[in-house]
Design a binder for this molecule. Structure first.
Ligand SMILES: *Cc1c(COP(=O)(O)O)cnc(C)c1O
Length: 396
């Protein structure tokens, strides 16, 4: 069966599948295609599969919960949902959780919370300041929140109430804030925008400004959360606390679940304000509890930090060897390799041929967001393969 041909016949062509690979099986950081070819996976389901593929702890939790109770209405209490909320609250600076099914949905809920907060406490203020180059998801409102025209142009008119300012520039936020502003919404590190890490002190200044004006500081940690950047949440490395946070991607290691968490003073959503039929169902929450417990017990954030700095050092060494590499950047296991020219497609193709999966972040950059359980040896194996691919592309 030629699966790509069949898929392209029946599935709307939204995903840019530059590589005609059909993956059928996974184990740890390895994947296999329908021809039996093995790959080392540095994409990790797009920063999702924190425990790798088919981790026995996650498989067991899903299997047992599926045999017990998969879904109930949110009119009823659920033990897995309660456990997950307690775990998240006790592992963070937040007081309350709400569960949904994706990152975009988590951000939507977070913005609804901000708007209600504005109505109740800020005289009806409703505008949310977000950053240029940000990414907050693909629903209509989150397309408006996202500060990148390429995601917006086909879908105007955009949902009003979002103002975009330069990232890493606290002054820009201060200038954009008006009496209509209720919140500032930022990614601690811009993921889709290019693995952009702001300068030290940026978030301190933003936090201080939000405090001064009574604005909510909301972090979209859909990509950076759950250990990815070397701490359970990226905000922990900044020495400050946001008021609200959105999570998804790694939360259940591959099972779809999203969440937003809020501090007590701004947890203003009440019965009837917001809901999600599937959100927080027992199966999804049991998966997330298993992933979170494993993440905490094994201290995967610390592991991500150590293996990630080894990874970054090895990428840095490649920069010495290949003059067409402009820059390496990243935190924990969210890393990018920036070329001086548009070489990403060629390097990705050469990697794939050699059994290494990498993410083409943009025409001139690659991104690496492997499972957090990846070992130092597996990182070395991946970088060795990448080095061969770079050498091949450099010769052309
Ligand atoms: C992936 C991502 C989203 C969107 O998540 P979905 O689950 O695809 O809706 C939102 N924000 C950030 C920072 C992301 O990386």
């Amino acid at each position: 069966m030629n699966w790509p041909e069949l898929a392209d016949k029946y599935i709307m062509p939204m995903a840019s599948r530059r590589q005609a690979i059909t993956l059928v099986r996974g184990q740890g950081v390895r994947l296999w295609d329908d021809a039996g070819k093995e790959y080392l996976d540095l994409v990790g389901g797009w920063a999702v599969c924190t425990l790798g593929h088919c981790h026995p702890v996650l498989v067991k939790a899903i299997t047992e919960q599926a045999q017990t109770l998969m879904h109930i209405s949110n009119q009823f209490y659920s033990i897995p949902q309660t456990r997950l909320a307690e775990l998240l609250v006790k592992s963070s600076c937040f007081a309350k959780a709400f569960f949904c099914n994706s990152g975009a949905e988590a951000n939507e809920g977070m913005v609804k919370l901000a708007r209600k907060y504005g109505k109740l406490k800020l005289g009806g203020a409703y505008e949310v300041i977000t950053a240029l180059n940000s990414f907050h998801g693909r629903t209509l409102a989150m397309v408006a929140a996202t500060g990148q025209p390429k995601y917006q142009e086909a879908f105007t008119p955009l949902t009003p109430g979002f103002v975009h300012v330069e990232f890493n520039n606290p002054q820009a936020i201060k200038k954009a804030a008006t009496n209509n502003t209720c919140a500032v919404m930022l990614e601690p590190i811009q993921g889709e925008g290019g693995v952009n890490i702001p300068d030290d002190g940026y978030f301190q200044e933003v936090r201080a400004f939000c405090d001064e004006r009574g604005l909510l500081l909301m972090f979209d940690e859909v990509q950076t959360g759950l250990g990815r950047t070397g701490s359970l949440f990226a905000y922990e490395q900044l020495g400050l606390e946001p008021d609200v946070i959105a999570l998804a991607k790694g939360l259940a290691g591959g099972f779809p679940v999203g969440a937003f968490l809020a501090k007590a003073h701004c947890a203003v959503l009440a019965p009837g304000d917001h809901a999600s039929t599937y959100g927080g169902n027992p199966l999804a929450c049991a998966a997330a509890v298993a992933v979170l417990n494993y993440t905490l017990e094994r201290n995967l954030p610390q592991h991500a930090k150590e293996v990630g700095s080894h990874f970054l050092a090895r990428l840095q060494a490649l920069k010495e060897r290949f003059p067409f590499i402009q820059e390496t950047r990243g935190r924990g296991l969210l890393l990018a390799l920036q070329f001086k020219e548009d070489l990403a497609d060629a390097v990705q193709e050469a990697c794939t041929r050699r059994g290494l999966l990498v993410n083409r972040l943009r025409p001139s950059a690659l991104r690496f967001m492997p499972p957090l359980i990846i070992t130092r040896e597996e990182v070395d194996e991946g970088v060795d393969t990448l080095e061969k691919a770079l050498a091949e592309v450099g010769r052309k």
